[in-house]
Design a protein around this ligand. Sequence first.
Ligand code: NAI
Length: 340
Amino acid sequence: MSSPTLKVGIVGLGRLGQRHAINLAQRVPNAEVVAACSPVPAELDWAASTLGIATGYADYDALLAHPGLDAVFLVTPTSLHADQIIAALRAGKHVFCEKPLSLDLADCLKVEAEAARHPQLTVMIGFVRRFDASYHDAQQKIAQGLIGKPYLVRSQTCDQNDPSGAFMRFAPTSGGIFLDCSVHDIDLARWLLGNPVPKRVYASGTNAIHTGLQAFGDVDNGLATVEFADGSMASFMASRTMAHGHETLTEVFGTGGRLAVGSNPRLNRVEISDAHGVRNECTPDFYARFADAFLIEAQEFTDAALGRRTLSLTLHDATEATRIGLAMTQAMREARPVAF
Ligand code: NAI
């Protein structure tokens, strides 16, 4: 590609899309946001007034036809991801898309097949934790043999309770807590264990506070165990009801040691000693924990699309995360082990 910068269209300007838009517009040197797309006029107004993105489209196909557009950054509802990726590839655009790739395995495979027809285009699904400095360091240490042979990952994504229950608006389309939250842990487990093949899944869950989730076959706390064909295992917890904040924690057990990332979900390095004891404040939400990783992820996508590096993760990784997440959801809903 002759252009020195990647001309990006940001699609979806909601809770996370605005964060990505700010990174791309202000903090990724080789990216230029040339247009935005959202069906909500106020979101396009925000992009124009806050970031100077003058061209806004309500219609995704119109964005794809924007002159000179190189890439799209999809931060849209999960149910739209597969179709929007395929349309972008057919229009000759590089694609970044938020996780999960899809809630439907056949759709994941369709996207993989379409991407294979366009090997010159970069397609990346945003498994942001791979770009966090601590997870990156842990993975390198495991690959170097620091803890011997890794055989068990125990990983959790636990969100602070939102008493307003605002997240309930995502319940009809999120795919449930395992596909929405644990999909990150599933991807980490595969990465840290060296991509083992899943064999069988057990899962269960409960609604501790948000009983309304039951209507969608969902829970506010879920537990799952995955057995892999090589004898390794992974155990996952996801929660929406933490009192103290957002706590992402991953432990990896190996034959020669154990690594843990995030045992203390500290907000920063300040330690408070007072009448309550010795403590630190906690990260309030996922963005406070992974802000740096979101930026590094966008930089990797941009550099890969410009042909300056290769991606460190594949589309197939995203398909596998969905495959395992679907089996976990089925095991919980049907209250039985599910074999692959
Ligand atoms: P949101 O509901 O706040 O935002 C969705 C955006 O998509 C809105 O701007 C909406 O106007 C726009 N939109 C809806 N239909 C559209 C269409 N047809 N064309 C273009 N834009 C359209 O949702 P949120 O929380 O920002 O999530 C978006 C995606 O990001 C989801 O797939 C979610 O799983 C993922 N996500 C990933 C996280 C991570 O840790 N990597 C954290 C939070 C969300």
